[in-house]
Design a protein around this ligand. Structure first.
Ligand code: TIU
Length: 229
């Protein structure tokens, strides 16, 4: 087991039974002209975490961990988009409307792709999700059970929306969850901080949080030899 210095207490996990989940690092949320910008947000805030998420992805690949990438996306006919979601936002800037990167939040469009520096590679899972949570209407739950996964390490955007919803869904399903604090971001810094705080409150009511450095140190420390692996 690997022991990470985390909040509210040490997070212990077995990398062989762990998946890294990178939530929605898509052009639609990180670049001008996508869904995030259509909602009136400053997307540059989210771009700041890209190098950290890249390092986390490299670390997980080096450890041979399962990597899961999610994309918030809808079918071109929007049959999987709830009316409450379809009609939100300003007319002309809603899900399915044409934008500079193609139809907003529609599967297969340029804006819906994961940013190039975090692109999935062979054997990594790509999960298209019509909701905020990664379990809702995706079939991911059955796949994780079949794979024997017990621990989930989370990164991605946005902290209080799709990341937190996915983490809460996972918590209800019995997964032990760790959110990497500097590998997640929100359009609203106060919401990010509040989310980190509420996850670890009450003895870790939703899960644990830690920095990438703490995860890296834990994975590279050899307890037997009291040094780096
Ligand atoms: N608007 C916002 O903060 N987030 C989303 O709509 N989706 C995700 O968080 N991926």
């Amino acid at each position: 087991m690997i022991a990470v210095a985390a909040k509210p207490a040490t997070f212990s996990f077995d990398p062989a039974r762990t998946a890294l989940v990178i939530i929605d690092m898509q052009r639609d949320f990180l670049e001008p002209g996508g869904f995030g910008a259509a909602l009136g947000n400053d997307v540059s805030l989210l771009q700041a975490i890209v190098p950290t998420v890249e390092s986390l992805l490299v670390l997980a690949r080096e450890e041979g961990m399962l990597v899961i990438h999610t994309r918030e996306s809808h079918l071109p006919d929007l049959s999987d988009c709830a009316a409450s979601k379809r009609t939100a936002g300003a007319a002309g800037l809603r899900i399915g409307d044409p934008g500079p990167m193609g139809r907003i939040l529609v599967r297969g469009e340029p804006g819906n792709q994961i940013i190039p520096s975090l692109a999935p590679i062979a054997d990594e899972w790509v999960v298209d999700k019509p909701g905020k949570g990664m379990f809702y209407a995706t079939g991911l739950g059955d796949r994780l059970v079949a794979q024997g996964v017990e621990y989930l390490i989370f990164a991605g955007v946005t902290t209080e929306v799709c990341v937190q919803t996915s983490m809460r869904e996972a918590n209800d399903r019995g997964y032990r969850c760790l959110l990497i604090e500097d590998a997640t971001e929100s359009y609203f810094p106060a919401f990010k901080q509040a989310t980190l705080d509420m996850i670890v409150a009450q003895g870790g009511i939703v899960g644990h949080t830690a920095t990438l450095a703490a995860l890296h140190d834990a994975l590279t420390y050899d307890a037997l030899n009291e040094g780096k692996r």
